[in-house]
Design a protein around this ligand. Structure first.
Ligand code: NAD
Length: 483
């Protein structure tokens, strides 16, 4: 098997195997073939990883920020040099087209390593003068951080968690999704090659049980999960037992609001980016597309024309722009939602069917006349299904856009500047867009409100979630006491 890694886990600077761990298959979504077989981590492997991380963290934190940053920036350079190979692997892992992975995965991981590598040398506390006395604060690492990944962006998630954690002087044990376990091993390899001390970044494989064992371990100080809301609830609760810090990057059902004064072509592009990139398997997707009644038919017409540009096929072919879903299971779930949409009276205007070829392909699907109470407008589908909902007024659409338990992202397309800012101020969502959708540069905070999560990834905000402040009061005179 050409994608078989040297071993399942990467611990203390080297590949490591424990063949007593449960075997699980890695499947190439474009063909359904098994491309690697891995062993889930046993308790012994988990122990080794956490012990290595604990040991390595102290020395890593004792280095200067500039020294740590240099390692991260070197890793970024290596990732960029190997972008082609890493993108091919990302495509094997996820089925996403090479046309996407070559510009959005290792490159995004490298951006995070470079950005947080650059920040590492400027992380400071502050000085607070109190008359003669003063307080200073020390910005300290949390210790050992556990990262747990979803399957849609395996390289990116491994870096978005690892880069700020390491910049702040923490060590990480990362558990990729069991569906896409290959890419994080490459991130670990590259960090070691770039000069990271052994044990600072470890990868252990396994299903939810391995994640659960990590989250409740006493050696762990912080847990950062990217996953679904139900998993988030479990992980948050388990972390709370040990009063561990958390970042929760969870699911969404985000609104994309298109007013009738919007540039139609840009709005259609935004809806395409917000629903069909990565075959719709993006947490921040704007899957509830609210279109003002005046332009609804024009929008649907142009969307259908643009969908004719979909090129399905072998995702390793750079001409292909629409790949399979990540797994047969995920395709079944999405097909279930399509059936519900039809049952509940939504109008299917595009797609909706399996594609007659090997692998887990499903057509890009558009429903019109969707109403707020329909299942496809309420639940996260996590697949290529776009729902168009009609609206009349700004006030109405804002209330409807916010009428959801989720709050990950939201977008508005309009030519009216003041309306754009007013609507965005009213959105109950952590990641908002005006006249574009789904961009996630490392410089900008990313994360959700309400059930969509806790904390932020990327930007300077992430530093707050991977470090803690120690206040130190310094007295310059005698100590006054009541007796
Ligand atoms: P999932 O919740 O099924 O699994 C996520 C990870 O959690 C996996 O690695 C899994 O093994 C692990 N896990 C499962 N049960 C666990 C437990 N009890 N304790 C610890 N770990 C456990 O999610 P998924 O299907 O892999 O990914 C899709 C979901 O992720 C969607 O809801 C999507 O919106 C969300 N997501 C969010 C973001 C974001 O940044 N907000 C990004 C990508 C995906």
């Amino acid at each position: 098997m050409q994608n078989q890694p040297k071993a399942s886990h990467f611990i203390d600077g080297a590949y490591m195997e424990d063949t007593t761990g449960e075997v699980f298959d890695v499947i190439y979504p474009a063909t359904g073939e098994v491309i690697a077989k891995l062993h889930a981590a046993t308790p012994a492997i988990i122990d080794k990883a956490l012990d290595a991380a604990r040991r390595a963290q102290k020395d890593w934190a004792a280095m200067t920020g500039t020294e740590r940053g240099r390692v991260l920036r070197r890793a970024a350079d290596i990732m960029r040099e190997r972008n082609h190979d890493l993108s091919v692997l990302e495509t094997y892992d996820t089925g996403k087209p090479y046309q996407e992975t070559s510009v959005a995965d290792a490159t995004s991981g490298a951006d995070a390593l470079e950005y947080f590598g650059g920040l590492a040398g400027s992380l400071t506390g502050e000085h607070i003068q109190l008359g003669e006395d003063f307080v200073y604060t020390r910005r300290e690492p949390l210790g050992v951080c556990v990262g747990i990944g979803a399957w849609n962006y395996p390289t990116q998630i491994a870096c978005w968690k690892g880069a700020p954690a390491l910049a702040c002087g923490n060590a990480m044990v990362f558990k990729p999704s069991e569906t896409t376990p290959l890419c994080a091993l490459k991130v670990a390899e590259i960090l070691i090659e770039a000069g990271a001390p052994a044990g600072v970044y470890n990868v252990v494989q396994g299903l939810g049980a391995v994640g659960a064992a990590l989250v409740s371990d006493q050696r762990v100080d912080k847990v950062s999960l990217t996953g679904s809301v139900p998993t988030g609830r479990k992980v948050y609760a388990a972390a709370a037992e040990g009063m561990r810090h958390v970042t929760m990057e969870l699911g969404g059902k985000s609104p994309l609001v298109i007013f009738d004064d919007a540039d139609l072509e840009n709005a259609v592009s935004g809806a395409i980016l917000g629903n069909f990139y990565s075959t719709g398997q993006v947490c921040s997707n704007g899957t509830r597309v609210f279109v003002q009644k005046g332009i609804k038919e024009a929008f649907l017409l142009r969307l259908a024309e643009r969908l004719a540009g979909v090129v399905m096929g072998d995702p390793q072919d750079p001409a292909v722009n629409f790949g399979p879903m990540v797994s047969g299971r995920q395709r079944d779930i999405v097909e279930g939602y399509i059936a519900k949409g039809l049952d509940e009276g939504a109008r299917l205007v595009y797609g909706g069917k399996r594609v007659d070829r090997d692998g887990f392909y499903l057509e890009p699907t558009v429903f019109a006349d969707v109403t707020d109470d329909m299942t496809i407008a309420r639940e996260e589908i996590f697949g290529p299904v776009l729902s168009v909902l009609d609206f009349d007024t700004e006030e109405e659409v804002l209330a409807r856009a916010n009428d959801t338990e989720f709050g990950l992202a939201a977008g508005v397309f309009t030519a009216d500047l003041t309306r754009a800012h007013r609507v965005v101020a009213g959105f109950e969502a952590g990641t908002c867009y005006i006249n574009t959708y789904n961009l996630a540069p490392v410089e900008a905070p990313f994360g959700g409100m309400k059930q969509s999560g806790v904390g932020r990834e990327n930007s300077k905000a992430a530093i707050e979630h991977y470090s803690q402040i120690k206040g130190v009061y310094v007295a310059m005179g005698d100590v006054e006491a009541p007796f």
